[in-house]
Ligand binder design. Structure first.
Ligand code: ZN
Length: 242
């Protein structure tokens, strides 16, 4: 079984299309989406419709929750809040209903996925410090957990003796004695300096995860964002990958 793992699409339909085409070429058996289908980008409805059609499972992201008013935008920065208010105005009824159905956690036999953190998915925390890494590896109910949220691909690996290794997520060979917390990066708004859309492939038989990047039509998305009146810094950042 090959599972495509994608996160943080953020209403960027061009990036989503490029990633779905790439996953088709890779012959994945299914796609799991880790949330934030909407927010920031100009095509929330198109992205929801395409995810609804193609993803085997989708979990709730904080922008999805904010778009349907199930959390406040209190913790959002100003541009993120403006984009959510715009998203709320344009979202269709069916699309709101879909976001309302999203669970907080996806669980398989030997792996799991959440949008933000396995420790407290609904707190929407980030994992940056050593103690956050340790606490989250400890909280994992499965040896492998995929996350999104920070838009920065990275892997935290815990050795059997408790030591933690931080490395890139480009190619991870899973060993049964270790624990893995892997951020799969962002489809629609990468923040690691590489503007290309990020996506992951988990080969469950071979026990290998690969993180890939694919270019997409950034100027087309920027033009749509301009027409929609979305904040300039959001338009600029997708070309910069920050
Ligand atoms: Zn996000």
């Amino acid at each position: 079984m090959k599972t495509g793992i994608i996160s943080d699409i953020h209403g960027n339909f061009e990036a989503l299309k490029a990633v779905l085409d790439a996953l088709k070429k890779e012959k994945v058996d299914r796609i799991v989406c880790l949330g934030d289908v909407v927010g920031y980008g100009p095509d929330p409805n198109l992205c929801i419709d395409r995810i609804k059609q193609t993803a085997f499972a989708t979990i709730m992201g904080n922008h999805d929750a904010a778009a349907i008013n199930s959390i406040s935008t209190h913790d959002f920065n100003e541009n993120a809040r403006i984009a959510i208010e715009w998203t709320q105005k344009v979202l269709g009824f069916e699309q709101v209903m879909f976001l309302n159905t999203l669970p907080m956690v996806f669980t398989e036999k030997d792996w799991m996925a959440v949008h933000a953190t396995p420790k407290a998915p609904e707190a929407w925390d980030y994992i940056f410090t050593e103690s956050q890494i340790v606490q989250n590896l400890k909280a994992m109910e499965k040896p492998i957990c995929f996350i999104g949220h920070s838009h920065m691909p990275i892997a935290f690996i815990q050795e059997p003796n408790g030591d933690i290794l931080v490395r890139n997520a480009e190619e991870i060979h899973f060993e049964p004695s270790k624990k893995y917390l892997i951020n799969v990066g962002s489809v629609g708004q990468p923040r690691d300096g590489d503007p290309r859309a990020a996506y992951g492939i988990f080969d469950e038989e071979k026990r290998v995860f690969t993180l890939k990047r694919i270019p997409y039509e950034i100027p087309k998305v920027q033009e749509k964002m301009r027409v929609s009146g979305l904040p300039i810094p959001l338009i600029e950042r997708i070309a910069e990958g920050w």
